[in-house]
Design a protein. Sequence first.
Length: 411
Amino acid sequence: MAKRALGVGQKNKEKKRRLETETAKDSKDVTPGADQISVELDDNEDLDNEFSQLKGLWQTYFNSDRESDYVVNGVVHECDRLLRQSQEDAEIKKNLNDEFHAIYALALSELTVFKAGEDEDDKKNRKVVSEFFENALERCELGLSVFKDSQLLKLVLAKIVIQRIPLEYISRLKVNSKPGALGVDISEQLEKAKENFNVNKDYLELSFEVLQMFDDLLDIVENFGHENDIDEGLDSDQDEELERVELSPKHPLYKLQQNLSENYQWLRDEMIRLLGATDDKKFEKLYRNIARSAGHLLLKAAEEPTSVFMHLQYGEGEQASKDGEKCKTAQQEALKNTKDALKYLEKAQVEDEPETWVEVAEAYIDLGNLYDYQSKDQENSYRIAEDILKKANKASHGKFQDILDNLLDKD
């Protein structure tokens, strides 16, 4: 159940101009010393256009580390103001397009992250979070009632639903939770999100973020019941496997647990489709992050057949010697997924980041382990991995010596 840390939202590569917008200095909510917000605008944007300023404000938040709700609160307040003014100003009303509704809904959904831990009263926290999600969905659906074919609003709807499932619903569940504990079928909710998700060429970074959230959600479902183990040091990113907790068929999370394989397949397909829609020159960093995610998802897909192959090929006992056909099938499946993973991890390499080279080397080691013992293919895979590791080790002043030593021990 190894899990990867995926890339964060990427910076827009286009030239930016900076606009300093004054904020209300007498507001009680203003962060001390933050009486100005620096807003990023594209070169072709009108500095004086209020909607352009709103888009710039949202991009400022989206491209930030998102450690404060100060900017996203500013987005919500600006959306509220524009909505009120649109009732009297025809020009502003004309600008309330699908992108306006999308930004408004996204900002409301982002506030749930900050509201979740704001109050010591869990019940009060849950109520506030639920209200913000409801408001976000309502805004998105209002937009869709006017802009029925908006792929952006459908993508935003998918994002809100996927974000809501762990933050509002799964956070309330325990292993022994009873049917009806949530009052909503979260498996149906996830299917709704999948139906609305789309690879939007105008909002590639948002599409990638939604898929990252989907990946995180599947990881939460897969490791449900092991939260204490992970908190105490057994991280799901590590090599140690956690046995999946078997839930009652009536448990609210049971369907999602049973559909993990299907949902990971959907995620892999969509991640690869997103990569195909991303220009590797125009969005170089984003392209590499998507490729890396696709590579890790394929390595994950190789884990189960690899485990079956290793047990049957090198394990002891009667079963290991009898299931020759099963062993061969598992080997071929694991080889295919690992080779495909390598293809994407190689696309994700960065010239001055040895860590990305090492990921490729480790995948070659996995590949070598899957080939027949002491075969030419196995030796070739190990040799490629060794060459990459030596190069990375030299560039990083010995940082990857342990991995290299472990590989050389195989000889």
